[in-house]
Design a protein around this ligand. Structure first.
Ligand code: ADP
Ligand code: ZN
Length: 604
């Protein structure tokens, strides 16, 4: 039996070295210390508890809120030759008894359990009769009642510390926000735990945001660069999900809808296809995502503004968990801001909650309208200082042109002010442009001093100015959601002439799209597969799908894309070379090595 952490990493998981903080965590927990691990999605949290569980005597108990994920994790571990099992309500009584027997007999390296199961007297009693290597509390942010994933049972997990004070505990989450972190420490009694905080940057994700002018055409162009890849397209409403999915399907794209209004069986079926097939595009509302651990999602597209930066980060974070390139792409318009404000205004929430939600929307809008590095802004929202530019977002690749818009901004602000701060941008733009509409005439607004002072710019240009003034906090929309605009404290400085305003030139509706289509991304997809490599790549993927079907697991449980890609590039000719490919551990080499070698050798 191998005994060091590095041996296990190589022989069981087939990886050559630890990533980031993994080694430090593994050593700390392996020696019996408590840990709180904050790592972004795809950072490699699982190994942080799996390897210590293998290093230590006894069974590692993993608390996980998601039944669907347990199955995948256990399948993947078994494929790698680890004795793993799960206990949850999906098992029948006989199977449950069998798992309990294995636990008591000390046959399990890892056991995944749902929190409500763990907390039963019966299960705690079982644990007292077994040797426990460690407790891993996955998705630890579920203790936070402020988050979307609040699970009341998670708060009772502090009992583990009282009942089993000598067993190390490791809590893990991908939620970056400091308030949640404090709540985890408090609720799980982890005051003594060492904290391992990683950067929340996802370097393999490229960010791109554009104005929406023709959603269908823009989406089609975007998808051209992602043919044959898995991805998620998020929409705000169920209807838009249905329409978009149907339209994409008509275009010959494997697109499926997912939202809370669909029958549970349809949802489950669509989700399963997304997980098990190589190139399904899921069109979904935010209802989709929690518990989706698919590693090879190559793009996440937003056709509407999400609710907050946190939401956006979480949703885009579902791309590229395997570390290979992925793209986060969003299109939005001023109408989104109005719709969202209305949704917030009409919701049942208390006023202070509504205020928080409005602030969140505003900071997301500021992100969308930004002219500086998006990664820097995104990480800044989580309190992390990122030394940009990243070189891997639209603003870094092609810095947007800005212009001195101080005078138009002053005109816009004073038109808002003179008309009484009671109107939306449409009417104020009419005033600026000197349009004698019925409304303008009936309100006597053609007599205002600001009437017609902005006739030198067209309506579209004015709309862009208003949107950016909102994003910059120089105007605010009313709390009631009617879309009426008001000045802010910051507007005064601009009106007094004390502060210049620079705005983005966005006459070009979608920056960068044309140039991008000419470059390699569109040809080779995200992974940059060259034309001459394509036949072998397709064969490797087809073999993986066949083997996955035979074993009743999703394809990525057999091998991740990253591993297939490494094979494609290394072209191993024999077992020894195959064993050195990243992601090929001893058990998988034995099980699949010869099949993949046969395909590779047949081609070369
Ligand atoms: P998380 O739970 O943090 O989202 P995972 O534990 O699922 O991330 O790991 C993400 C991906 O990275 C997986 O495909 C995993 O196999 C891979 N991975 C983790 N650690 C390493 C490593 N040291 N070397 C190579 N790949 C790794
Ligand atoms: Zn950047």
């Amino acid at each position: 039996m191998p005994s060091t952490a590095l041996d296990l990493l190589q022989s069981v998981f087939g990886y050559s070295s630890f990533r980031g903080q993994q080694q430090a965590v593994v050593e700390h927990v392996g020696e019996g210390g408590d840990a709180l691990v904050l790592m972004p999605t795809g950072g490699g949290k699982s190994l942080c508890y799996q390897i210590p569980a293998l290093l230590r005597q006894g069974t590692g108990i993993v608390v996980s809120p998601l039944i669907a994920l347990m199955q995948d994790q256990v399948d993947a571990l078994r494929e790698a030759g680890v004795n793993a099992a799960f206990l949850n309500s999906s098992l029948n009584v006989d199977d449950q008894r069998e798992v309990e027997r294995q636990l008591l007999a000390g046959e399990l390296n890892l056991l995944y359990v749902a929190p409500e199961r763990l907390l039963t007297g019966r299960f705690l009693g079982l644990l007292e009769r077994t040797e426990v290597a460690l407790f891993a509390i996955d998705e630890a942010h579920c203790v936070s009642q402020w988050g979307h994933d609040f699970r009341p049972e998670y708060r009772e997990l502090a009992i583990l510390h009282q009942r089993f004070p000598q067993v190390p505990r490791i809590a893990l989450t991908a939620t970056a926000d400091p308030r949640t972190r404090d709540e985890i420490v408090e609720r799980l009694s982890l005051q003594q735990a060492r904290q391992f905080v990683s950067s929340f940057d996802r370097p393999n994700i490229g960010y791109r945001v554009a104005l929406r002018h023709n959603a269908k055409r823009q989406l089609t162009e975007f998808l051209e660069g992602h043919q044959g890849e898995s991805g998620i397209v998020y929409c705000l409403s169920r209807k838009k999900v249905d329409d978009t999915a149907a339209w994409l399907a008509e275009m010959g794209i494997e697109a499926l809808p997912y939202h809370a209004g669909l029958e549970a069986t349809t949802r489950a079926k669509n989700q399963k296809r997304f997980l098990r097939e190589d190139c399904v595009v899921m069109v979904a509302t935010v209802a989709f995502g929690m518990g989706i651990d698919k590693p090879d999602v190559r793009f996440v597209a937003h056709l509407d503004l999400p609710r907050s930066i946190e939401g956006y980060y979480q949703e885009t974070g579902r791309g590229g968990r395997d570390g290979l390139p992925a793209e986060a792409w969003m299109i939005y318009g001023l109408s989104d801001v109005v719709t969202m404000s209305q949704m917030i205004a009409q919701s049942e929430s208390a006023d202070d909650r509504k205020r928080v939600e409005r602030q969140k929307l505003e900071s997301l809008l500021a992100y969308a309208e930004a002219t500086a590095c998006r990664r820097q802004l995104l990480l800044g929202a989580f309190g992390e200082t990122y030394p940009g530019p990243c070189g891997h977002c639209d603003n870094c690749i092609e810095p947007p042109k800005t212009w001195d818009a101080t005078v138009p901004a002053q005109k816009a602000l004073s038109a808002v002010y003179r008309s009484g701060q009671r109107f939306g941008s449409g009417h104020v733009i009419d005033i600026l442009r000197g349009e004698e509409t019925e409304r303008v005439l009936s309100l006597d607004h053609h007599r205002l001093t600001t009437f017609g002072i902005g006739a030198d710019m067209d309506e579209k240009q004015w709309r862009s100015v208003f949107r950016q003034l909102l994003a910059a906090g120089l105007l605010e929309a009313d709390a009631e959601g009617y879309g009426t605009l008001r000045l802010t404290a910051a507007s005064r400085e601009v009106l007094k002439g004390g502060q210049p305003v620079r705005l983005r030139e966005d006459a070009r509706p979608e920056r960068g799209s044309r140039r991008r289509r000419e470059n390699k991304i569109a040809v080779g997809g995200s992974l940059g597969i060259e034309a001459y490599e394509q036949p072998l790549w397709d064969e490797l993927r087809a073999l993986r799908t066949r083997l996955a079907k035979q074993h009743g697991v999703p394809p990525y449980v057999v091998f991740h894309d990253a591993t297939l890609l490494a094979m494609l590039r290394a072209l191993p000719a024999n077992e020894g070379e195959m064993g050195r490919v990243s992601g090929v551990g001893d058990a998988k080499l034995k099980r699949y090595g010869s099949d993949f070698l046969a395909v590779i050798n047949a081609q070369n």
